[in-house]
Structures are given as structure tokens and as C-alpha cells.
Design a protein around this ligand. Structure first.
Ligand code: DQA
Length: 144
């Protein structure tokens, strides 16, 4: 049995659909999960889709991915720009890590221009909305 692709989502992404829809769109996290499930089937991969508002939980899941995932897709949301601990956890992985963002942080406030996730990632996909998750999954499937 092949290992799943972990798709991990950080803080406030549980509010998608209600949270700044002019930036993040109207699709809910559940919609994103369904989109990823459907794409995974056509790609012949399985996924493990999760969300947390807690930095330590996200780090625990990244560590879990070390042995239990074939690749990691990560939208660390606000922790992208702050968490050296998350960066360190990602550096311990030898599987592909794809950073994904719905918006393009590089085009937004200057405090979003640093990405500690991106510094440890194989690839970054940003600014493409929900489509970015599908592209990340396609990329993960081609890398594993
Ligand atoms: C985000 C971008 C981050 O800067 C922000 O903190 C988020 C969402 C995105 O998907 O566009 O919460 O990761």
C-alpha cells in the first residue's frame, strides 16, 4: 500500500469561505478537500487532508509525515511567515514538500514576504486559489 500525500492546513483556514473572500475566495475548506479527493483518485494517489490552528500540532503532523507520507503539501497560513520551529521540522524530511498558498503572499503586505516554509520546500505554488491545491497534488504525484 502506497503512503498517502499529506495535505496540511494551518491557522484560520477552517474559516475559508467566510474569511476575507475577496482574497481567499468563496470555497470552504471542505470544498478544497473534496477537490483534492477527486483529483487524487484520477492521479491514483491517496491523501490525508487535515487542518489545525495550533503550531505544535502542525509540527507533530510534519514529523508524522516523515514516516507515514509519500509527499507533503503544506499551507501553513500565518505560521509560514513566523515559525522557525516549523522550518526546522520540514528540514528533517526527505520526502517532497510543496508549499501552497491560495493568495500570493509576495504581492501582499511586506510581513508576508518571508516564508520559512518556502526556504525548506521543494516547490512553492501561490496565488492560484483552489487550483493551486490541485497543481500541488499533480506535482506531488509526479515527484513520488
Ligand atoms: C495564506 C497566505 C498567508 O499569508 C496567510 O497568513 C494565510 C493564508 C494563503 O493561502 O494565501 O492565512 O497561506
Amino acid at each position: 500500500m502506497n503512503k498517502p500525500v499529506f495535505i496540511l492546513n494551518g491557522p484560520n483556514l477552517n474559516l475559508l469561505g467566510r474569511r476575507e473572500p475577496h482574497i481567499y475566495g468563496t470555497q470552504t475548506l471542505k470544498d478544497l478537500e473534496s477537490l483534492c479527493e477527486a483529483r487524487a483518485i484520477t492521479l491514483g494517489v491517496t491523501i490525508e487532508f487535515r487542518q489545525t490552528n495550533h503550531e505544535g500540532v502542525l509540527i507533530d503532523w510534519v514529523q508524522e509525515a516523515m514516516d507515514s507520507a509519500s509527499a507533503l503539501i503544506l499551507n501553513a497560513a500565518g505560521y509560514t511567515h513566523t515559525s522557525i520551529a516549523l522550518h526546522d521540522a520540514l528540514k528533517a524530511l526527505s520526502i517532497p514538500v510543496i508549499e501552497v498558498h491560495l493568495s500570493d503572499p509576495a504581492q501582499r503586505e511586506s510581513f508576508r514576504h518571508v516564508s520559512y516554509v518556502g526556504m525548506a520546500a521543494t516547490q512553492t505554488i501561490a496565488g492560484l486559489g483552489a487550483r493551486g491545491y490541485e497543481l500541488a497534488l499533480e506535482s506531488a504525484a509526479s515527484l513520488v
